[in-house]
Design a protein around this ligand. Structure first.
Ligand SMILES: Cc1ncc(COP(=O)(O)O)c(C=O)c1O
Length: 386
């Protein structure tokens, strides 16, 4: 019998990248598909390494992560959100992915159910299945947050966890602390995935599961907020009751997390937010220029959502764009069981790529369904898609 993880179809986004690489068009390839910011972090990060720094990172380190980094994370939460987090509750992981795997590994047994957002990060149902669990999709409200009122109908004796992602991928929605508290009030452990927590366009910090009491887990990391996914440094905040077990499982996953990554993570400054705001404004202005319908009320993260015409399959649209227009986007079908009919684009790429990428998407939409663009033309009737 195949492992449950293999019963999932491959991710559309990977296929789209292959199509982009093989595309026969004469255009310069542009990828707006993957979740990596082009923020020039090296300008803000001291990359000078001395022999003494290197010597410190060649042996094994602490299972739960280096104490100095965990202390800095604890102080960071104290100074930004006023939350006191003992370092014993903070474990450094291999990216936020390692934190999700650890949290779900601690909570899920074969046959357990895990409630996940109906449209959300593609890895959730896959990791749940990897542990023999069953993902259960929960509906979202008009702002793309989980609807707490609908959760009691989905909760059963087998429910092992609820995953909340705020700020959310792909929609950039932010759940209020009241919504988070309601979700946390059902006596089921909540895994708050907050990897975009520092990336609000308003420049403040999004409400966090760390501000709530209870047996909950918080996933975070440096890949998104600090634009260094290559360091593979994330962290999991566990409730005190799980701290010991978390360390016992974690040692089996990686013995200790990458020390060089932890050393650099400690040096990072919080400098990403003004970059994000200007990229988001530029993306929306570019969509307006070409009458491309984009989700306007996202508040965080680095993804733009481009709505496709009614009934258009997102994988087909993304494949044509990659093959014929040399622009890669993430198809909405990667984020939900039923195709939500959108393309996700990363708007933190260079202004040139975003502008040209959106122009090509507009050209494609103008060809397949000009009405779709016209209905978003804000009263301007003629299209000038050269
Ligand atoms: C919501 C969400 N959680 C977790 C991750 C994984 O992050 P990392 O690269 O730190 O493993 C991602 C990556 O795209 C994400 O979007």
């Amino acid at each position: 019998m195949p492992s449950p993880i293999l019963t999932f179809p491959p991710m559309g986004i990977d296929k789209i990248s292959t199509l982009l690489a093989r595309n026969q068009s004469h255009c310069r390839p542009i990828s707006l598909a993957f979740g990596q910011s082009d923020f020039p972090i090296q300008k803000y990060l001291d990359l000078t390494l001395q022999a003494k720094d290197l010597e410190k990172v060649l042996g094994y380190g602490d299972i739960a992560g280096q104490m100095s980094l965990r202390e800095k994370i604890s102080s960071f939460y104290a100074s930004t959100l006023g939350v006191h987090l003992p370092v014993s509750q903070i474990l450094i992981t291999d990216g936020a992915t390692g934190a999700l795997v650890l949290a779900l590994g601690l909570l899920v047994r074969p046959g357990s159910k895990v409630i996940i957002p109906a449209v959300g990060y593609a890895a959730y149902p896959r990791i749940v299945k990897m542990f023999g669990g069953i993902p259960i999709s929960a509906p979202l409200d008009a702002e793309f947050n989980l609807l707490p009122d609908r959760l009691p109908d989905l909760i059963t004796a087998k429910t092992a966890a609820i995953i909340v992602n705020s700020p959310g991928n792909p929609h950039g929605n932010i759940a209020s602390l009241e919504i988070l508290a309601e979700i946390a009030s059902f006596g089921i452990p909540v895994i708050f995935d907050e990897v975009y927590q520092l990336m609000t366009f308003a420049g403040d910090f999004a409400p966090s599961g760390t501000q709530l009491s209870g047996e909950h887990f918080v996933v975070n990391g440096f890949s998104k907020s600090f634009a260094v996914p290559g360091l593979r440094i994330g962290f999991l905040i566990v409730p005190p009751s799980h701290a010991e077990a978390a360390e016992s499982v974690k040692v089996l996953l990686n013995i200790c997390p990458n020390l060089m990554g932890q050393l650099l993570a400690e040096r990072l400054l919080k400098a990403h937010q003004s970059y994000l705001r200007s990229c988001h404004n530029f993306f929306l202005a570019t969509c307006d220029r070409y009458y491309v319908p984009a989700l306007r009320n996202s508040q965080a993260g680095f993804y733009g959502i481009i709505q496709l015409p009614e009934g258009m399959d997102s994988m087909t649209a993304a494949s044509i764009l990659a093959k014929d227009y040399a622009v890669a986007t993430a198809p909405g079908k990667d984020f939900a069981e039923t195709d939500p009919g959108f393309l996700r684009v990363n708007f933190t790429k260079s202004g040139q790529d975003v502008s040209e990428g959106v122009r090509r998407i507009a050209e494609f939409l103008a060809k397949v369904n000009p009405e779709h663009l016209r209905s978003h033309s804000l009263g301007v009737s003629s299209l000038s898609l050269s």
